[in-house]
Design a binder for this molecule. Structure first.
Ligand SMILES: *Cc1c(COP(=O)(O)O)cnc(C)c1O
Length: 716
């Protein structure tokens, strides 16, 4: 309780204790630096968790440390900035989001990737949700977020001595998370209940503050639950279909109930992926009960308020549940809605009269939302084709699924050194700007300075990668010789290419090494060496994905590639940040058009890395011929193997004939001027456009305001 009603903080310790209870600190690298300085080793060991770090100090001892390091002023400044930030209403919101007023957007997501110390995310979808929330905070959009708390999170990936992925689940130390308890309107600790035919499920609710946004997390580990149900929210994407439907029921239905119990009335529901589509049912049920409406009228009203974002054209990315599971879990809801079993199942079916069709959460989301969008222009085309059957009277073009291209939260992903350089060299620039004219000034930056800053970051990354790899080898009991070699792995002067993402097979991590002989010739050219750093997890049940990891680690262990291929274990937000800030090139070679958007390349672009990608997802609309490199021309073959072969050839051709020569073409001062020009083109054309601030601004304009009844606009 003391923590939720803070006294005025006066000491450095009290100030840190206060502002670390809001994830605001996490996207201010200069504030993060304070904690690193306090104790660099513990900072790393504690997964960059400042609450855990503070806990290791007695207040007096902490003051002493602050004194020794002369950090008092920095802490005072950070504290003042924090207080100012949370108290301020932004001009942007006043002008653009006023209509939302006291009825916020309720943003539902099954995962949120906010920081490595808050392990409630698995990958891209979660990080996107985290970035969305942070930008909503930055712009001042009235928004609350709803998700689940997983006390074991997603798994930690360990690469074993055979180069295979192993999964480890550890309990998160809840006392080290910036949780505050939630109370209902009567001041009682909030516990929500969701009915099923096989018993009620309960969840407690806690809140994490993300700047000006509150993220409410439901947690089934409460004594009212059966022993099994207490484990219901222990892992993200773990368990079977039954676990999944129960989690989604809790997040969707329980989430809406939690908001209501706290007296929060959303003006808009935003469902991030189909997982949360059950939220529309609870909103409809409530509307029927309060206004005495029929299901049809109430669900139409709710749809008018609902924004649905679909995220994947990959079939396995959509949840389907059997009629039995649906009836077990939603019969009480179905009865409250007054629907027959057939009519209820029809909400999740493409063909309502096919009794064998499973219940699809994406179909429910599309049917019960008025504003549906894909996450890139190309994904919009693919999604309209994929779902047009739901609107039999419309043509493919008329199918009401628009697109809002994903973006990333620039303050989170940009290196401090780059921010400082841009601030100094370009008046008025801020990483939060979405004004193209502001970013165009990057052109005026001195090429030598940009290169030096990038090179300094690259050296930091190489140090990080070596330490990370050494720790892996030490854990495996590797011999002295191997560890000594690991301490010298990667050369900061060599062209360094990053590839980090989920190891789903369609992302084709193996593509670049498919023709090993040709790969060897390119990377091991002594005059123009190339090195690759890989990272990524495969879902625990995805055996083909795990085989790809094994294939990459096998190549790494081949002595011929010891200096040109490195796999970093346990890809997470920390490794992502290190990689995107330190490599020269960001490689992305999915099987087109399966990458709905992709966001990691956007993070890399902000730091001056050049994208080298198949024309898929966001890159298909971002590439302009001079702001990075394209692989192939966007064509595919019906036979995936032939596509793979062609794309492999296009990849290596471009690498050999464009990427490598441009990188190694130097002037008399050793500067690759053509390359640096491309870095500038990349930052200037992509920085504002693929930022989450632009994305959230688009959601406000094209979805939230119309859904809230403010203005009518049509999604692009
Ligand atoms: C950004 C990010 C992703 C998503 O990257 P994609 O390009 O969409 O594959 C996944 N995982 C982590 C940890 C990230 O930071």
């Amino acid at each position: 309780m003391a923590e939720s009603t803070p006294r005025i903080a006066t000491t450095a310790y009290e100030k840190c204790a206060e502002f670390t209870r809001n994830l605001w600190w996490s996207w201010h690298p200069d504030v993060v630096e304070i904690f690193r300085l306090i104790n660099p080793v513990r900072w790393r060991v504690l997964a960059h968790n400042p609450i855990a770090l503070l806990r290791e100090y007695e207040p007096e001892e902490f003051e002493q440390r602050v004194l020794e390091l002369a950090l008092q002023t920095r802490i005072d400044v950070a504290y003042r900035r924090y207080k100012d930030y949370v108290a301020r209403q932004t001009p942007w919101a006043r002008q653009n989001a006023g209509v939302l007023g006291s009825r916020p957007v309720a943003y539902f997501s099954l995962e949120f990737g906010l920081h490595e110390s808050v392990p409630i995310y698995s990958g891209g979808l979660g990080v996107l949700a985290g970035d969305h929330v942070k930008s909503a905070s930055g712009l001042g959009v009235p928004l609350v977020a709803v998700g689940l708390f997983y006390d074991k999170g997603y798994f930690k990936q360990l690469i074993n001595a055979n180069g295979e992925q192993e999964e480890e689940y550890t309990n998160t130390e809840v006392q080290n998370l910036p949780f505050e308890p939630c109370y209902d309107k009567d001041g009682n600790r909030l516990v929500v209940k969701v009915e099923t035919t096989t018993g009620d499920i309960y969840a407690k609710v806690r809140v994490i503050r993300v700047g000006r946004v509150s993220l409410y997390l439901l947690d089934a580990d409460v004594e009212q639950n059966s022993k099994d149900d207490r484990e219901l929210t222990s892992t993200l994407y773990g368990g079977d279909k039954r676990t999944r439907i129960r989690q989604e029921l809790l997040c969707g239905v329980g989430g809406v109930r939690a908001l209501r119990a706290m007296g929060i009335t959303p003006g808009v529901y935003h469902l991030n992926e189909g997982h949360n589509s059950f939220a529309t049912l609870e909103a409809t049920r409530d509307r029927m009960a309060r206004c005495g409406l029929s299901f049809n009228d109430a669900s139409r009203d709710v749809a008018q308020q609902t924004v649905f974002t679909t995220h994947t054209p990959v079939e396995a990315g959509h949840d389907y549940f059997s009629p039995d599971l649906v009836e077990e879990h939603l019969k009480p809801m179905r009865e409250a809605l007054g629907l027959s079993q057939r009519d209820f199942m029809a909400l999740g079916r493409r063909n309502p009269d096919n009794p064998n069709e499973e219940f699809c959460m994406t179909v429910l989301g599309l049917k019960l939302s008025r504003y549906a969008n894909a996450v890139s222009a190309l994904h919009g085309v693919v999604s309209r084709r994929m779902w047009r059957g739901l609107w039999p009277n419309k043509t493919e073009e008329e199918t009401p699924i628009g697109h809002i291209t994903n973006g990333v939260h620039a303050p989170t992903w940009m290196a401090q050194q780059i921010k400082v350089l841009f601030e100094r060299a370009t008046p008025g620039w801020s990483e939060e700007s979405i004004d193209p004219a502001v970013w165009a000034q990057i052109e005026n930056i001195d090429p030598g300075e940009l290169w030096e800053t990038h090179f300094a970051l690259k050296k930091l990354f190489v140090d990080f990668a070596r330490r990370h790899y050494v720790r892996q080898l030490e854990r495996l009991g590797a011999d002295e010789k191997a560890i000594e070699a690991a301490k010298r792995v990667l050369d900061p002067r060599a062209l360094t290419i990053g590839f980090a993402r989920r190891f789903a097979t369609y992302k084709r991590a193996y593509l670049v090494v498919q023709d090993e002989e040709r790969f060897d010739k390119i990377v091991n050219n002594p005059d123009r060496p190339v090195q690759f750093v890989f990272a990524g997890k495969a879902h625990p049940h995805d055996n083909p994905g795990k085989d790809v990891i094994k294939r990459i680690t096998a190549i790494q262990r081949n002595p011929r590639f010891a200096n040109s291929v490195l796999f970093l274990e346990n890809y997470d937000i920390n490794i992502a940040r290190q990689l995107v800030q330190g490599v020269d090139v960001w490689l992305n070679n999915p099987r087109r058009p399966l990458e709905a958007s992709g966001t990691s390349g956007q993070k890399a672009a902000l730091n001056g890395a050049l994208n080298f990608s198949i024309l898929d997802g966001w890159w298909n609309e971002a590439y302009n011929g001079s702001n990075g490199f394209a692989i192939g021309d966007g064509t595919t073959h019906v036979d995936a193997n032939i596509t793979d072969e062609r794309d492999n050839e296009a990849l290596l051709d471009a690498l050999e004939n464009q990427v490598v020569p441009t990188y190694y073409r130097r002037n008399e001062h050793g500067l690759p001027l053509d390359w640096i020009q491309m870095m500038k083109n990349s930052i200037a054309t992509l920085g504002w456009r693929f930022s989450a601030h632009r994305m959230v601004a688009d959601y406000v304009k094209n979805a939230y305001l119309p859904a809230a009844g403010g203005v009518t606009a049509k999604m692009p």
